[in-house]
Design a protein around this ligand. Structure first.
Ligand code: SF4
Length: 362
């Protein structure tokens, strides 16, 4: 992820911890990933937390918790906290009240992260409007708890114009962090993505000047190229150079791949958007053994993808700061993880002085 506020306002970027282990996204319920397998039992889930901790994983994101009872979620969070993992809960469309959030906080939860897809309007289908209302009410209820909070806004063609109001809403509800994410969507062209990221960069600097220090985060590394352009065009020379250097360091410190996804039956995938080509299952061997298995051809290619990167990335001028985008998004859009990331929006100019750095996928 890219800490936009730190980069553009302080000209620095906190680098990833030296452990080099991935962030783990654990989907506790997901019919597609589950298939005809049985979900992990409570004892298996506890064992998985121990596996992650033994491997040195530091950051855990939980989703799909609505399908578990509250005590089971608290037990999982508590185990993760005991083992030193910093845990974020993404409650989906679930509405969590103040008492429930206090209970999660007491169990050791670090952050609650809600997704807001757009402004809730009478024209929206009920389910979407209900999810947005639930997200905002959860955020409001978290305000006087110990929990850190995050509002995630995925860019969609029909809600990209809501971004500014939602950013303001995040600040109004005292969210600690606003996170902009990219999902594959053919209707949203590169120019509109570019304008949206430019606008969020402007808003971030404005907020900082007004002493409103909401953390602004861009998911993954796909925006790194444009952020260097923005810094070059809007910041003084030394800071623009520092931004590029900080993004280069960020990429160098990132584990490869940076995110591991864990399905409800214990299967391990090499990133957020993956729902096939599991690397293995924690029912057969520990997470660390799966993640470090050099004999796995998919992992091998993802980690040494100078050859596996699309041509566009190999000759890209931003190869030193961008991870070549998301192989998972490429898989979703093209049925092939080694095709170009469909949301890349940089203007194509050849690299100056060499090819893209060897870089991890999102
Ligand atoms: S072309 Fe590839 S390396 Fe360049 S910005 Fe796009 S995804 Fe990143």
């Amino acid at each position: 992820m890219i800490r936009l506020d730190a980069l553009l306002c302080d000209c620095e970027h906190p680098t990833a911890p030296p452990s080099g282990t991935p962030t783990v996204e654990w989907e506790l319920a997901n019919e597609t990933l589950l298939g005809d397998r049985g979900p992990l039992s409570p004892a298996e889930r506890r064992a998985v937390v121990d596996q992650l901790a033994d491997f040195g994983v530091e950051t855990l994101r939980l989703s799909g918790s609505a399908d578990l009872d509250a005590a089971a979620v608290d037990e999982l969070v508590s185990r993760a906290d005991d083992r030193g993992l910093e845990t974020t809960l993404r409650p989906g469309g679930q509405r969590l009240d103040h008492a429930r959030l206090e209970s999660l906080s007491d169990a050791g939860l670090h952050r609650i992260s809600v997704r807001v897809e757009g402004l809730s309007t009478p024209l929206q289908k009920h389910a979407a409007a209900d999810d947005i209302d639930a997200a905002l009410e959860t955020l409001r209820a978290a305000d006087d708890t110990e929990l850190a909070t995050e509002l995630r806004f995925p860019l969609h063609a029909d809600s990209v114009t809501h971004m500014e109001e939602i950013y303001d809403l995040a600040a109004l509800l005292s969210a600690d962090r606003f996170r902009l994410t990219h999902v594959p969507e053919p209707e949203l062209d590169g120019e509109r993505r570019r304008r949206a990221v430019q606008r969020i960069a402007d808003l971030t600097r404005d907020a900082h000047e007004r002493n409103n220090h909401i953390e602004t985060v861009l998911s993954g590394g796909i925006d790194a190229g444009y952020v260097t352009e923005y810094a070059r065009d809007n910041l003084d020379g030394e800071c623009a150079t520092d931004v590029r250097e900080a993004l280069r360091e960020r990429l160098g410190a990132a584990p490869s791949p940076p995110v591991a996804k864990l399905g409800p039956a214990g299967r391990v995938y090499p990133g957020t958007f993956w729902d096939r080509y599991a690397l293995g299952t924690v029912r057969d061997r520990p997470f660390g053994a799966i993640w470090t298995d050099d004999s796995n051809p998919l992992l091998e290619r993802l980690r040494h993808e100078e050859a596996g990167l699309p041509d566009r990335c190999r000759s890209c001028q931003f190869g030193d700061v961008c991870s070549g985008g998301s192989r998972g998004r490429a898989l979703t859009a093209h049925d092939d993880p080694f095709e170009p990331d469909p949301v890349c929006y940089v203007h194509e100019e050849p690299a100056v002085g060499g090819s893209a750095a060897e870089s991890p996928a999102d």
